[in-house]
Design a binder for this molecule. Structure first.
Ligand code: 6GU
Length: 263
């Protein structure tokens, strides 16, 4: 997978590319990231990438010419190959695990880091093939968003996660059989490691028991419970078995007797 990132802050990406998953994916040859400085595609003396908005108002807007020139240069390099050109912006479609899975099927993706005040609309309308937002909040620029997209897509590529098992069980994970992006469609169960007693805060006894069936049941129950409290909306799309329904009935009944605060 090749990511071409068009940005006015190429240095912003250096640290995330030198640590963790993206670094490993690059070293192993699964991912290549090419940072493209937007200013290299300007042709005025000041290398200016933005200008004041037509119609007035605060802030500056990214000009179309450097962005068009940057993408056209990439297209010329790839000799006709087709690839998605994604504008990162708060107006985009929301990045979900399902969107990440869709993107992970590509072999090359161009990411354009916009900025909060805006990018000339002709980029979204006439150049980008897709517009993506990473969540319901406002960032000052698309750099963090581009980094998020690369991370969530890279970890889905075959061979990138050394430990496929940990991927299979975690919440929001998807090794091909997810429901709405999450394995089993619900939030993750709690995890613990040593020490078993940390300042009097003890790990649940069952996890120390070695009884794998009991541990499986406990994890399923805690995952259901957490999902019921925090994200009851997810329960609509989960396939529940008899044991699950019994657990949810119990929670429901307990809540009626002594209303529990959802957190
Ligand atoms: Cl992609 N860009 C900006 N500026 N803000 C955002 C975003 C993107 N996604 C969520 N908020």
């Amino acid at each position: 997978m090749v990511f071409d990132v068009i940005t006015i802050f190429p240095d912003f990406f250096r640290s995330i590319l030198e640590h963790g998953l993206l670094k490993r994916a690059m070293v192993a040859g699964h991912v290549e990231v090419r940072l493209r400085d937007l200013r290299d595609f300007t042709n005025d003396r000041h290398r200016s990438v933005d200008d004041r908005p037509f119609g007035g108002g605060p802030g500056m807007v990214f000009k179309p010419e450097p962005i068009f020139r940057a993408v056209e240069t990439l297209k010329a390099e790839s000799r006709g190959a087709n690839f998605p050109v994604i504008l990162l912006s708060p107006q985009g479609r929301l990045l979900t695990q399902a969107v990440a899975e869709e993107l992970a099927r590509e072999s090359r993706i161009v990411l354009i880091s916009g900025r909060y005040e805006g990018v000339d609309e002709r980029v979204a309308e006439n150049l980008a093939s897709d517009e993506v937002s990473i969540g319901e909040y406002v960032l000052s620029g698309g750099e963090l968003a581009a980094a998020v997209v690369m991370e969530v897509v890279a970890r889905l590529l075959p061979g990138v996660l050394g430990n496929e098992e940990s991927c299979e069980q975690e919440s929001f994970s998807s090794c091909g059989q997810s429901v709405g992006g999450r394995k089993h469609g619900m939030l993750d169960f709690p995890h613990y490691t040593r020490p078993a007693d940390f300042r009097g805060l003890c790990v649940p006894e069952v996890l120390l028991s070695g009884d794998h069936e009991k541990i499986r049941q406990w994890r399923r129950k805690r995952a259901l419970e957490k999902t019921w409290r925090r994200r009851p909306d997810l329960l609509q799309s989960i396939e529940l078995n008899d044991e699950d329904r019994r657990i949810l009935d119990q929670l429901q009944r307990a809540a009626c007797e002594a209303p529990i605060q959802r957190d």
